[in-house]
Design a protein around this ligand. Structure first.
Ligand code: IVH
Length: 667
C-alpha cells in the first residue's frame, strides 16, 4: 500500500472510531458491538505501525502516551474555577432563590438542576478542536497539568467534532463498580485500599505514569464553560447542548425547572434514588439558566451567586469504638475491625467497621474508646472515616495488631511489598472456616444451606475440617441431626445441595478452591484454556503465563497452591467424591446463543441469577448489566425495574424464564 492510500484509510478509520466513541459515550446509543469496535481500532493500530509518520496526537490509538511525567506543571486558569456554596436544607435553598430574585427584581428566574457528581473538578482546553491541556482545579486560580492522565479517559474526546477553541469544565469520577473491582484487586495484591470512589479517582489522576490512570476506568461529565473566545451562548442549558454537539459528555439527568417548588421536588426525588446510580453523588447543583442574569448576579470571592449545591446529608454518623478485633481471612490476611456502639447509618444499624489494615489503622490513629465518624460508601461493611480527636479524654487505648494469629496462634508476617499481615498456617481454623464459606458460596459451588452460620457450626462440631469433608457429610447424617436447629428436612436439603454441586462447571470448582488471585474471570480463562483441573495443576509457569491475561503473579500463586502436599490430598479427595474436573467440550453446535447479548432483570421463578447466567454462557451467550441497543434479549422476572422499561423503549425482545429455556432447547 502506498503512503497516500494509507493516509486515506487511516483518516477514514479515525473518523469512524471517533463517531462510534461519540455514539457510545455521549449519545449512549452504540450501533456496533465491542468486538467490531476493537477490530476497527486494531486495523488502525496496524496501519499506524506500518506508517509511523502518519500517527497524529489525536489518534484514538494515542490515549496512553509512552512518557512517564517528571511532575505536574502548574496551570493558571484564565478564568478562576469557583467552588459552590452549600445549601444544607430546604431553608437554605429557599434563601438562595429569594436572594437571587432580590438581586434581579422582576426577572423571571429559570433553573437548571444537575446531579452533583462526587469526583474531581477538571478543566479541558481545546484549541481548534484539539485537546491541548487538562488540569485540576487546584486552589481555583492555579491547578496542575494532568493532560497525560485525562487523555486516557475514554469519554473525553481528544478532538471535538468542530474545530473550536474552548475551555470546558466538568467532573472526573470513578463509577462504583470500577471502584469495587479496583479495591478487590488491591486487596488480593495486598495494596492499601481506597476509602471511596472519589479518593480512587483522585489517586488515579495524581499518577505520573498514564498507564495507571488508563487502567482505572474513569469517566467524565462536563457541566460548565470556562474560556470561550469563539462561541457565545444565551443560557446554561444551551451551553450544555452545544457541549454535547461538540462531542463532550453531559449528564442525562439535567432538567430545566421554573420555580422553587419544582426544584425541590426534583432534588428530593434523588435523595433515595441516588443509590441506584452507578456512581456516587453528594447532592444536586442548582444554576440560574439565563447567562445574562448569571452575569448580573455575579460572584462572591469564592462562589457564584447564581448557583448553589444542595447537599444530601452524608451517609455518615458518629459513634464510639468499643473494641478492636482482628478478622482472619481465607488466605490468612489479618484485618482489624472496629467494634462499634450500634448506630443508624443509611437505613441500617451498624456495629462494626473495617479498619482495612495496619497502615490505615496507624494513619487514622484509631484507638479503643475513640469517637469516630463511620461511613457507608456503598460497601456492606462500613468504614471508619476519621477520629473525632477533640473528644479524646486521654484514656483511649492504642491498638497494635498481634504478632500471633488470634485464631490459631501461629506467628504472622508481612510478605515483602504487601501491607497486610498474614497467618501462614493452612490449618488455621479461621482460614478453614472462610475457605468453606467461600467454597460453598453462590458463584462458587453454590451449596445452599451451607452459609456462614452452618459452616461455623459444622466446624465447631468437628464434622468438617476442610472443604473435602463436605462431601463426606452424607455418611454423617446421624451426627448432623444431633446438631441444634437441624432436622430431617434441612439435612436432606443440605445433602441434596452438596450432591448437586458435584456437577458444577470446572471454572466454578477452580474459583471455589480459593487460590490467591484466581477470581471468577481468571478461573474461566484457565478452565477454557486447559480443559481440566489436572492440566491446570500440572501446568508449568510458562504454560500458565501463555494464557492471555495470566501474568507471573497469578501463575506463581497457582504453582504454589499446586505444589503444596495438602492441596494434592484435597484434589484427590474431591476427585474421589466424584466432582466434575473437566470442561465439557463445547462444540459450536451446542452453542445456540453464540454471540447473543442478554440482560437479566428481576427475580426469575426458579433459577437464580447465577444459574441463569451460567446457562446462557454455556450456550455461548453473554450476560451484561445494562440494556443498550446491543442487547439481544432481556430476561425479566418478578419486580423487573427500569431495565425492562428500557428494553420496551428500544424494542428489545423480553423473555420470561420459560422463553429462555425454550430458546436454549431449540437446537
Ligand atoms: S458547577 C461555578 N456543576 O462540586 C460553578 N459543579 O462544590 C462551578 N460538581 O468544584 C461548579 N457536579 O467539583 C458544578 N453539576 C455540577 C457539579 C459540580 C459536581 C463539583 C465540582 C465543584 C464542586 C463544588
Amino acid at each position: 500500500m502506498d503512503r497516500d492510500k494509507a493516509q486515506e484509510i487511516i483518516e477514514d478509520l479515525k473518523q469512524q472510531i471517533n463517531e462510534h466513541n461519540y455514539r457510545y459515550y455521549v449519545l449512549n446509543d452504540p450501533v456496533i458491538s465491542d468486538a467490531e469496535f476493537d477490530a476497527l481500532l486494531k486495523k488502525l493500530q496496524e496501519l499506524e505501525k506500518q506508517f509511523p509518520e502518519l500517527v497524529t496526537p489525536d489518534s484514538p490509538t494515542q490515549r496512553v502516551g509512552g512518557q512517564v511525567q517528571a511532575g505536574f506543571a502548574p496551570v493558571v486558569h484564565r478564568i478562576p474555577m469557583l467552588s459552590l456554596d452549600n445549601a444544607l436544607g430546604l431553608g437554605d435553598l429557599r434563601d438562595f432563590v429569594r436572594r437571587a430574585q432580590n438581586l434581579v427584581p422582576g426577572a423571571e428566574l429559570e433553573f437548571v438542576v444537575e446531579l452533583k457528581v462526587d469526583g474531581l473538578a477538571v478543566s479541558l482546553q481545546y484549541e481548534n478542536g484539539l485537546l491541548v491541556r487538562g488540569a485540576t482545579r487546584g486552589d481555583g486560580e492555579t491547578g496542575e497539568d494532568i493532560t497525560h492522565n485525562l487523555r486516557t479517559v475514554k469519554s473525553i474526546p481528544l478532538r471535538l467534532r468542530r474545530p473550536v477553541t474552548i475551555e470546558v469544565r466538568g467532573e472526573v469520577y470513578m463509577p462504583r463498580s470500577s471502584f469495587f473491582r479496583l479495591n478487590e484487586e488491591r486487596k488480593q495484591q495486598g495494596l492499601p485500599l481506597f476509602a471511596n470512589p472519589r479518593n480512587a479517582a483522585a489517586g488515579s489522576l495524581r499518577q505520573l505514569n498514564p498507564k495507571v490512570a488508563a487502567a482505572r476506568h474513569l469517566d467524565m461529565v462536563t457541566y460548565a464553560l470556562g474560556y470561550s473566545p469563539e462561541l457565545t451562548f444565551r443560557t446554561h442549558y444551551e451551553t450544555l447542548q452545544t457541549f454535547r454537539e461538540l462531542g463532550l459528555r453531559i449528564s442525562p439527568y439535567t432538567k430545566v425547572l421554573r420555580d422553587l417548588e419544582e426544584v425541590v421536588v426534583y432534588c428530593e426525588s434523588w435523595r433515595e434514588k441516588r443509590y441506584e446510580l452507578p456512581f456516587d453523588i453528594d447532592g444536586m447543583v442548582i444554576k440560574v439558566n439565563d447567562l445574562a442574569l448569571q452575569e448580573r448576579l455575579g460572584n462572591t470571592a469564592k462562589s457564584p451567586r447564581w448557583a448553589i449545591a444542595y447537599k444530601f446529608p452524608a451517609e455518615q454518623s458518629e459513634t464510639r469504638v468499643l473494641g478492636i478485633t482482628v478478622q482472619v481471612g481465607r488466605t490468612g490476611t489479618l484485618t482489624p475491625i472496629a467494634e462499634l456502639e450500634p448506630v443508624r447509618l443509611a437505613g441500617t444499624v451498624v456495629k462494626r467497621a473495617s479498619l482495612h489494615n495496619e497502615d490505615i489503622l496507624r494513619a487514622k490513629d484509631v484507638r479503643i474508646g475513640d469517637f469516630v465518624i463511620v461511613r457507608k460508601a456503598g460497601e456492606i461493611i462500613p468504614e471508619v472515616v476519621e477520629v473525632v480527636k477533640n473528644k479524646r479524654t486521654g484514656r483511649e487505648e492504642p491498638f497494635t495488631l498481634p504478632s500471633a494469629c488470634p485464631a490459631c496462634g501461629a506467628s504472622v508476617n508481612r510478605l515483602p511489598g504487601e501491607v497486610a499481615l498474614r497467618c501462614f498456617n493452612p490449618a488455621c481454623p479461621a482460614q478453614v472456616l472462610e475457605r468453606i464459606i467461600h467454597f460453598a458460596a453462590r458463584g462458587a459451588m453454590d451449596i445452599e444451606g451451607l452459609g456462614e452460620a452452618s459452616a461455623a457450626q459444622l466446624l465447631a462440631a468437628g464434622l468438617v475440617r476442610d472443604v473435602a469433608d463436605i462431601y463426606d457429610l452424607p455418611e454423617k447424617r446421624r451426627e448432623l441431626l444431633k446438631l441444634e436447629r437441624w432436622a430431617d428436612k434441612s439435612v436432606d436439603n443440605l445433602l441434596a445441595a452438596i450432591d448437586a454441586s458435584k456437577g458444577r462447571p470446572l471454572w466454578r470448582l477452580l474459583y471455589a478452591l480459593g487460590i490467591r488471585y484466581v477470581g471468577e474471570r481468571t478461573a474461566k480463562l484457565l478452565a477454557a484454556h486447559f480443559g481440566s483441573l489436572d492440566a491446570i495443576m500440572t501446568a508449568s509457569r510458562e504454560e500458565l503465563e501463555a494464557v492471555p491475561e495470566i501474568g507471573p503473579k497469578i501463575a506463581e500463586s497457582i504453582r504454589e497452591f499446586a505444589a503444596l502436599p495438602q492441596s494434592k490430598i484435597l484434589v484427590e479427595r474431591l476427585r474421589a467424591a466424584g466432582l466434575n474436573f473437566t470442561e465439557a467440550a463445547q462444540a459450536a453446535a451446542s452453542q445456540p446463543l453464540a454471540g447473543k447479548i442478554f440482560v437479566l432483570t428481576g427475580t426469575l421463578p426458579t433459577y437464580s441469577r447465577e444459574e441463569a447466567t451460567a446457562l446462557i454462557e454455556k450456550a455461548g451467550g453473554k450476560v451484561t448489566s445494562s440494556v443498550s441497543k446491543k442487547t439481544d434479549y432481556v430476561v425479566a422476572g418478578e419486580k423487573a425495574g427500569s431495565k425492562l422499561d428500557k428494553a420496551r423503549q428500544l424494542g428489545i425482545p423480553v423473555l420470561s424464564e420459560a422463553d429462555l429455556l425454550a430458546l436454549l432447547a431449540q437446537q
